[in-house]
Design a protein around this ligand. Structure first.
Ligand code: B3K
Ligand code: ZN
Length: 862
């Protein structure tokens, strides 16, 4: 990976210029071979800017063989070609270029562009991977009609796939086969896809609401077909849901999904031909947990929903990424909410914001949902763009209501179908359809940072009036010093004895008041219900008040949220008092009630019974007290397990008969039972039989994995032997084995270093496979805070050495893994020194990728 200073350029949104040329049609021919693939691109150009005399095409890691201008072969003196571009002077308004290039898919370990792994060819073009396939205008605002011809060995690659409809399929001389595809919808090149390989095919049909029949086809590894059936059903549910809720119908005659083992992220929404990480397609009760099932359904939905929000209406430039991602995450979250426990879904989405997204805002990589400048676009597929982006859409939904929001969606799609547009176009459509002034709201797109919303209460006894003074303030971020007030939709509920009043208060200014009249002195306002704005709420509620909400609020989210605030109070008290601190009796009473009489929503009950994890606790501190958090969490779990052992056991037993399948009731029962098991496992002596019994009689992977997690968490001696058993049972199934890698990497003892070293030599481990690398090292850096943050620096060094090795292989995956090192300023001075030293080692490495360079240099500059 050579990275000269030229390619370290920062691109700015402010510099956007419309394309000088368009490509009306793109006709590609691939002659596939793993070591040498020939690509012939026939591109029909049209000049858009009469003053533009030079055409500059993007291209990387390509061997240029020939260029024809119309029918004439160009001499090398007639164009310039360097490591980034092919440039030539053009005078005609309409012309054709035929470009022949050679690429080497099997050497492509970055998994961007066309690559060959595990016996198949596969592409990944978003964000800027198409330029590794041929010279092109690799930008999302150039929409072209694509045809693709694939020629390959007929035996080795029985399936030759690309976007759109298949229009030719024939055998050629020499055992080759030719297949041709045409995609009728103009699209940017980032949505192009090609897959060639030998798969097992699962097919079905879907009839759209207007009566069109769509062929559904899932291509998965041979022998794995049954594991694709859940995903196939999830696709049909997504298609139905999008018709019913958004009125959006699928547009092509076929919808294909290919599951591959080598993939940089979760999945990709290529037009008509989604490519998925096999982890998000292949599930069965035996091999996948309830969380895996949930993720499959949600990602299948997400990629399907992109067909309208992303593909039919696409982004003008990559600074607009949230236009498609924020909106599509909002849509997939709404879909998941309708498919399972709405409250728990919301809780999980909020946890992502409060941990990962707030952390990103506080880091050197802070950026608004519409970033203003970027070096490596792949670094901006972030929780900010995706998840905070979805919260911004959710706020619009809250402000406009479901009907208003859907009216805005209809106008957006009607106005911009077939176009490449900006976030501004989306907000404008919402505004116009509702006659609602959103000018102040637009600030959410440009301003980074986590707003703090401070609430003060004052009660006037004579007037029986409660006044809430609300003040908002967004602290400066690494990228932006000055912040302005934002529009905050604040959903509230006032709990006052029997009476309860709820509503929406739209805050616009830095300081505003909210007054409740005719209320008693003990009236309690619950603010920011359902997390109606992505802010940090600062209040002065007492433990008693919070517990009142946790016990009595009608809204499940409010109950959970009040408990979260309690945990933060208890953590602070633990830090002040040390081991002498005891959790209050009132918590045990509340927990006993929940264990004896779980709520109808058992998943929610399980959430309420949970001590927040390390990441959640950590995020509430400007400087993270690693050791105190770990000590406090362990003490809290122990106290709960000691005080409530009987109720825990009883609840465990009552919920141990869940049906094996994935449905809301069974998922809830398992979640509750396994929450109990987690506490029970702390009594090593009493729980051994329980753990072993559940492990050996488990009806599915959720229950099995829960035993391993509980025994790891509790450092139970049974952990080692069960892990051994697990490895023997699952050594042939890499997706299951990834869970085993991750459990090992989360081992909280120093032993973890030897274990990880040994696992890197495991026959199934590969530095080329992102799933394997993440299973081991993401788990170590994110789920093993005790060992990762060791004061001797061993944890930081393990990650650093890993990144030095990984960066030349796969910079995108390396740049994701570096995240925990970027926030060095959040730790004590000893750890700061160690982390900065690690960052310098990375920066000093010759030929460090742009991906890693952008993040590490920002971290060291701060
Ligand atoms: N659009 C893709 C992500 C592409 C990431 C490129 N580094 C998946 C998704 O969000 O649906
Ligand atoms: Zn997406």
């Amino acid at each position: 990976m050579s990275a000269d200073t030229n390619s370290r350029q920062v691109k700015r949104l402010a510099d956007y210029q419309a394309p000088d040329f368009f490509i009306e049609t793109t006709d590609l021919t691939f002659e596939l071979a793993a070591d040498k693939t020939l690509v012939t691109a026939v591109l029909q150009f049209r000049r858009a800017n009469p003053n533009a005399l030079e055409l500059r095409l993007d291209g990387q890691q390509l061997l240029l063989l020939a260029v024809h201008y119309n029918e004439r072969l160009l001499q090398p003196s007639e164009y310039q070609c360097d490591a980034q571009q092919l440039r030539l002077s053009v005078t005609d308004d309409d012309f054709k270029l035929t470009i022949k290039t050679e690429i080497c898919p099997q050497a492509n370990t970055a998994l961007e562009g066309l690559y060959f792994a595990n016996g198949s060819f596969c592409t990944q073009c978003e964000a800027e991977g198409f330029r590794r396939i041929t010279y092109y205008l690799d930008r999302p605002d150039v929409l072209s009609v694509f045809s693709t011809t694939i020629i390959a060995d007929a035996n080795q690659y029985p399936y030759l796939l690309s976007n759109g409809n298949k229009v030719a399929d024939r055998l050629l001389a020499g055992g080759q086969r030719l297949v041709r595809w045409q995609d009728p919808f103009p699209k940017p090149c980032y949505l192009f896809a090609l897959v060639a390989g030998d798969f097992e095919l699962r097919q079905d049909q879907y009839t759209t609401k207007s009566g069109r029949v769509v062929e559904l086809a899932f291509y998965v590894e041979k022998g794995q077909g049954n594991k694709a059936l859940f995903a196939l059903e999830a696709l049909k549910r997504s298609m139905r849901w999008d018709e019913e809720r958004f009125g959006l119908e699928y547009d092509l005659d076929t919808y294909m999904v290919v599951a591959v083992d080598f993939f940089n992220m979760g999945a990709m929404e290529n037009k008509g031909l989604n490519v998925f990480n096999s982890k998000y397609v292949l599930v069965s009760n035996n091999t996948a947990t309830d969380t895996d099932f949930f993720n499959v359904e949600s990602i299948i939905g997400h990629e399907y929903f992109h067909n309208w929000t992303g593909n039919r209406v696409t982004c003008r430039d990559w600074f607009q990424l949230s236009l498609k991602e924020g909106l599509t995450v909002f849509r997939d979250q709404e879909f998941s909410r309708d498919m399972g426990s709405a409250t728990v879904n919301r809780i999980h989405a909020v946890q992502v914001i409060r941990t990962a997204q707030f952390a990103e805002d506080a880091s050197p990589m802070a950026h608004p949902i519409q970033p203003q400048q970027v070096m490596e676009m792949n670094n901006f597929y972030t929780v900010t763009v995706y998840d905070k982006g979805a919260e911004v859409i959710r706020m619009l939904h809250t402000l406009l209501g479901e009907d208003g929001f859907q009216a805005g969606m209809r106008l957006y799609v009607q106005r911009h179908d077939g176009q490449a547009v900006t976030c501004e176009h989306f907000v404008q459509a919402m505004q116009d359809a509702n006659h609602y002034d959103l000018s102040a709201f637009r600030r959410w797109y440009q301003q980074s940072g986590t707003p703090e919303l401070r609430v003060q209460r004052s009660y006037d006894v004579h007037k029986q009036q409660l006044t809430l003074t609300l003040r908002q303030h967004t602290p400066a971020t690494a990228d932006q010093a000055t912040k302005l007030p934002l529009v905050l939709p604040i959903r509230y509920q006032l709990v006052d004895g029997e009476r309860s009043e709820s509503g929406l208060f739209v805050m616009q200014l830095q300081e505003e008041s909210l007054v409740f009249t005719d209320v008693s002195a003990t009236a309690l306002p619950v603010l920011l219900e359902d997390f109606s704005a992505p802010v940090r709420l600062l209040h002065d509620y007492s433990e008693q008040e919070l517990l009142r909400i946790a016990k009595a609020a009608s809204n499940g989210f409010a109950r959970w949220d009040a408990l979260q605030s309690c945990w933060m109070l208890w953590l602070q008290q633990y830090i002040q008092q040390g081991g002498a601190f005891h959790l209050p009796e009132a918590l045990f009473e509340l927990y006993a009630t929940l264990l004896n009489q779980p709520l109808p929503d058992k998943s929610l009950t399980a959430e309420l019974l949970k001590v927040p994890d390390y990441g959640t606790f950590a995020e509430s501190f400007p400087q993270i007290p690693v050791d105190s958090i770990l000590a406090a969490s362990a003490a809290f779990r122990l106290q709960i397990s000691e005080h409530l052992s009987k109720a825990l056991l009883q609840c465990y037993q009552q919920h141990s008969q869940a049906a094996a399948e994935y449905n809301e009731e069974a998922v809830g029962q398992r979640a509750l039972k396994n929450r109990c098991l987690d506490y029970l496992s702390m009594h090593h002596g009493d729980s051994q039989t329980l753990l072993e019994q559940q492990y050996h009689t488990a009806s599915g992977m959720t229950d099995k994995l829960a035993v391993l997690k509980a025994s790891l968490h509790s450092e139970h001696p049974v952990f080692e032997s069960l892990m051994q058993h697990f490895a023997n049972e699952w050594q042939q199934d890499v997706l299951v084995l990834d869970k085993w890698f991750s459990l090992h990497a989360a081992n909280p003892t120093e032993q973890v270093f030897d274990t990880i070293a040994a696992l890197c030599q495991h026959p199934k481990f590969s530095w080329q496979n992102p799933n394997r690398v993440r299973a081991l090292f993401h788990a170590f850096a994110m789920q093993n805070p005790g060992q990762f943050h060791r004061l001797d620096g061993r944890g930081y060094q393990l990650l650093t050495q890993t990144l030095l090795l990984l960066d030349p292989i796969n910079p995108q995956v390396a740049a994701r893994l570096v995240t925990p090192l970027l926030s060095w300023h959040r730790y004590d001075s000893e750890r700061q020194i160690l982390i900065k030293q690690a960052l310098r080692q990375l920066l000093e490495k010759d030929g460090i990728s742009n991906d890693l360079y952008e993040k590490v240099s920002k971290a060291l500059a701060g």
